[in-house]
Ligand binder design. Structure first.
Ligand SMILES: *Cc1c(COP(=O)(O)O)cnc(C)c1O
Length: 410
């Protein structure tokens, strides 16, 4: 009879896991999932807290519970049933997928688009599929986790694919990386520059015109994940490029989510040139080996984009709300980062303080999440207030009033 060494026994996993969880508990970093008992809207029914004003969702345009968007999901399930029971290339492409992808391409003014079950998946598809050995991917150091992981995966799958990061939003650092790539004889293919459009923790944005100019100078491709910018930035909500006065063809590839402003359900996409989209259809592992976006979601997302294109005044309403909230937060005595986005981070420094403040706000009926280490750097803990077009002045006043009360308590 053989005996299993203690270090390789199944019990080792249990002990290790208990240890990790207890460390998180001791450091005050354990997350408790709040449960919502109804739809996502300006207010939500939060289990144990009743109806509270919601300032922490990405429901920027208030489309998650829009009657037409909800009805479109109903119509989708009635027409197509629950799902495809297939991947896209076998028998998993329904009319609603084609219609949604055409609409996304039209929304950006680009040739083509392809959907995924999440933007995480879209990012996981784009680099491992489009990049080849001899290419280099140059990434902002604060890019979303899904971009970081996609680049890591691409480098494992395609041996000889190079990767590097540049300092956050630092054009001199990006230029240096591009110049190094140009001088490196091992880099014989394409240079890819990738950035978030809107960075979710600071609410700051990428300088896309300057990045475009640098990419043109070095013959590089520009990829923008505009998950927090879509529906928010620019006069008609096309995204961060529109904010800068660019049209969709000035970005080589967009990735984005359908799980934030565009209905809030789930799903993601890549939009850009016909040839790259065709390559994703032929070679993208997340859709060759995994089911399509559910039809309910394809239909509700399609309707959400239709409503956004029909009613650009929602974007203006969001912008007005953001300005009102930002001014009110400042007048209440808090330090809020300036940004053209719908993300209003209130810097409170210590993680424990961010958590305590968020708890007090909830007691006052205002739902705001506190972010601390390790999500943001030590000493930069914050309350992240997110504004929606669904908020009325009364909701915004409730937020500002609660913050004023908190200031008086401090
Ligand atoms: C939210 C977000 C994602 C993930 O989107 P999902 O569709 O939920 O997977 C990806 N990238 C960025 C920049 C995001 O903000």
């Amino acid at each position: 009879m053989t005996t299993v060494a203690a270090s390789t026994s199944p019990a080792a996993f249990d002990a290790r896991t208990d240890n990790t969880l207890s460390q998180l508990r001791q450091a005050g970093q354990i997350k408790h999932l709040q449960v919502i008992e109804g739809p996502m809207d300006a207010t939500v029914r939060l289990r144990g807290h009743g109806e509270v004003a919601c300032f922490c969702s990405n429901n920027y345009l208030g489309l998650a519970n829009h009657p037409e968007v909800v009805q479109a999901a109903h119509d989708g399930i009635t027409r197509y049933g629950a799902g495809t029971a297939s991947v896209r290339f076998i028998c998993g492409t329904f009319e609603c997928h084609e219609q949604l992808e055409r609409r996304i391409a039209r929304f950006y003014g680009v040739e083509s688009a392809y959907t995924f079950v999440s933007c995480w998946n879209a990012n996981e598809a784009i680099f491992p599929t489009l990049c080849e050995p001899g290419d280099i991917i140059i990434s902002d150091e604060l890019n979303h986790a899904s971009i970081i992981d996609s680049i890591r995966l691409a480098a494992v799958i395609k041996k000889g694919l190079h990767k590097t990061v540049y300092r956050h939003n630092d054009l001199a650092s990006l230029r240096e990386r591009l110049a190094q790539a140009a001088a490196n004889p091992e880099i014989t293919g394409t240079a890819w520059v990738v950035t978030d459009g809107v960075f979710s923790m600071e609410g700051d944005i990428a300088d896309l015109p300057a990045m475009r100019a640098l990419c043109d100078e070095f013959g590089a491709k520009l990829v923008v994940d505009d998950s927090h910018g879509t529906g928010v930035m620019g006069k008609t909500g096309r995204g961060t490029h529109e904010h800068w006065g660019m049209d969709g063809t000035q970005v080589d590839y967009f990735t984005g989510t359908l799980g934030k402003a565009l209905g809030g359900a789930a799903g993601g996409y890549v939009a850009g040139s016909q040839r790259a989209i065709e390559l994703l259809v032929q070679r993208g592992r997340p859709t060759l080996f995994s089911n399509a976006l559910p039809c309910t979601v394809a239909c509700s997302a399609d309707k959400a984009i239709e409503v956004l294109m029909r009613e650009p005044q929602r974007v203006q309403r969001l912008r007005d709300n953001v300005e009102y909230a930002r001014n009110g937060i400042r007048a209440a005595g808090w330090d809020v980062l300036t940004s053209p986005t719908a993300i209003c981070p209130i810097i409170v420094h210590e993680t424990a303080r961010a958590i305590a403040l968020s708890k007090r706000l909830l007691e006052m009926g205002v739902f705001v999440i506190g972010f601390g280490f390790p999500v943001v750097a030590e000493g930069h803990a914050r309350l992240r207030v997110q504004i929606s077009a669904a908020h009325t002045t009364a909701h915004l006043d409730a937020l500002i009033g609660a913050l004023r009360k908190l200031k008086a308590e401090a």
